[in-house]
Design a protein around this ligand. Structure first.
Ligand code: AOF
Ligand code: ZN
Length: 324
C-alpha cells in the first residue's frame, strides 16, 4: 500500500471528524475511521459525542467481514482504563482481525502501547504521522501533556495595534463570523469585569450550529443583572478574583481550551507570564492613533511563537501565531 493511498483514506477519516463540533466530543478528541476493502470504502465512523460510540465502533457496527479489509483511523485505538465509558476499540479490532490497520498518530493517553498489543496479536499496524490528529485536536494534545488548557489570546485591533476605537467593532463581518466559529470551538472564554462593564458583550456563539462556550470572568467589580452576559442560555459563568485564583482552581485543570476576550492589562499579564499557547490577531485597516487603547502595554518578545497561518478576511487580516 503506497503512502499516497494511506494519506487519501486518512484524509477521508479526517474529513468525517472535522465536521463534528469539538464541544460535543470534549474532553475526548475528534476521531474518524474508514474501512476499505477491494479498493472501496465499505464503512465509516466518527466519534460524535463524549460518552458515546468511538469512531471504530461506529465503523465496525453491522455484519462486516474484515478478512480483506484495511482500517484507517486518525488516532491510536483506545483500551481499558479506570472510568472509561465505552468498550475497548483495541480488543474489538483484535477480535475482528482486519488485514491491516493504518493509524495517523498515537494517543498520548496510551503512548503506543495499544498499537503494540494489536501487533502482538498478529495484525500489522502502520503509524503514518501525517498530522491529521493534531489538526483535529490541538487542545486535547496540550491538555493531556500539561494538565493545563490551550490558551488562545484573541486580539482584534487596528493597524496601529489599538483594541478600542470610536466604533463598537474594529473588524468586519468575516472576522466577526470567524470569532463566532472560534467561540464554538473553545470550552471557555476568559474575560474581565472591566471588559464586561465597558462593552456589555454577550460572548455567545451566534451561528446556526454551535454551542456556547462557558464564560470565566476575572475581577471583583459587581456585574448588574441587566448586562447582556446574563441573558445567554446554556452556558455557565464562573467568577474568580484573579487569574492566579482561577489557575489554582480545579476548573483550570479540567478545561482543555480557552480563548480570551480581554483588554490591555489582561493581554499583557497573560503574555508576560507565558500562559499563552496561541495568539490570534484580527487586524482591521484603520489607524486609531491616540483615540484607542493599546493591545499590549509593555514590550514582550515573541521569539517563542511562529506564524502558523494568515488569511485575508475581506479587508481584515487574520494571523495565527503558535508557541513553538
Ligand atoms: C478511540 N476512538 O473515537 C476516541 C478515542 O471514556 P471513553 O470510553 O469514551 O474513552 C475516552 C478515551 O478514548 C479518550 O480519552 C481518548 O484517549 C480515547 N478516544 N479513542 O479509539 C475514538 N474518541
Ligand atoms: Zn475507542
Amino acid at each position: 500500500m503506497s503512502n499516497t493511498t494511506a494519506k487519501y483514506y486518512l484524509q477521508k477519516a479526517f474529513d468525517l471528524a472535522e465536521a463534528i463540533d469539538p464541544h460535543q466530543t470534549s474532553p475526548n478528541p475528534r476521531v474518524g475511521c474508514v474501512i476499505v476493502a477491494d479498493g472501496k470504502m465499505v464503512s465509516m465512523g466518527v466519534h460524535e459525542k463524549h460518552g458515546e460510540g468511538h469512531a471504530e465502533a461506529q465503523a465496525l457496527s453491522g455484519e462486516l467481514s474484515l478478512e480483506k479489509a484495511d482500517v484507517y483511523i486518525t488516532l491510536e485505538p483506545c483500551d481499558h482504563f479506570h472510568g472509561k465509558k465505552t468498550p475497548s476499540c483495541t480488543d474489538r479490532l483484535i477480535a475482528q482481525r482486519p488485514q491491516k490497520i493504518y493509524v495517523d498518530q498515537i494517543d498520548p493517553h496510551f503512548q503506543g502501547k495499544n498499537i503494540e498489543k494489536i501487533r502482538q496479536s498478529g495484525i500489522p499496524v502502520e503509524v503514518c504521522n501525517f498530522g491529521f490528529h493534531e489538526r483535529l485536536n490541538p487542545f486535547f494534545a496540550t491538555h493531556i501533556a500539561t494538565k493545563a488548557p490551550f490558551v488562545t489570546l484573541k486580539i482584534a485591533q487596528s493597524l496601529d495595534g489599538k483594541i478600542t476605537a470610536k466604533t463598537k467593532y474594529l473588524t468586519h463581518e468575516k472576522s466577526l463570523h470567524r470569532v463566532h466559529e472560534m467561540r464554538a470551538q473553545y470550552q471557555a472564554i476568559l474575560t474581565t469585569t472591566k471588559t464586561v462593564l465597558a462593552d456589555n458583550p454577550r460572548f455567545d456563539t451566534r451561528l446556526p450550529k454551535g454551542s456556547n462556550a462557558d464564560l470565566i470572568i476575572l475581577g471583583d467589580s459587581e456585574l448588574p443583572k441587566s448586562l447582556q452576559i446574563w441573558s445567554v442560555p446554556q452556558r455557565t459563568i464562573y467568577r474568580f478574583l484573579t487569574f492566579e485564583a482561577f489557575r489554582q482552581s480545579s476548573l483550570f485543570s479540567q478545561l482543555d481550551s480557552i480563548m480570551t476576550e480581554c483588554g490591555t492589562q489582561m493581554n499583557t499579564y497573560l503574555l508576560k507570564n507565558n500562559l499563552v499557547s496561541a495568539i490570534n490577531f484580527f487586524i482591521a485597516p484603520m489607524i486609531v492613533g491616540d483615540l484607542g487603547l493599546p493591545n499590549i502595554e509593555t514590550s514582550v518578545p515573541l521569539d517563542s511563537f511562529y506564524l502558523k497561518a494568515y488569511e485575508k478576511l475581506d479587508s481584515d487580516v487574520f494571523m495565527d501565531f503558535r508557541k513553538v
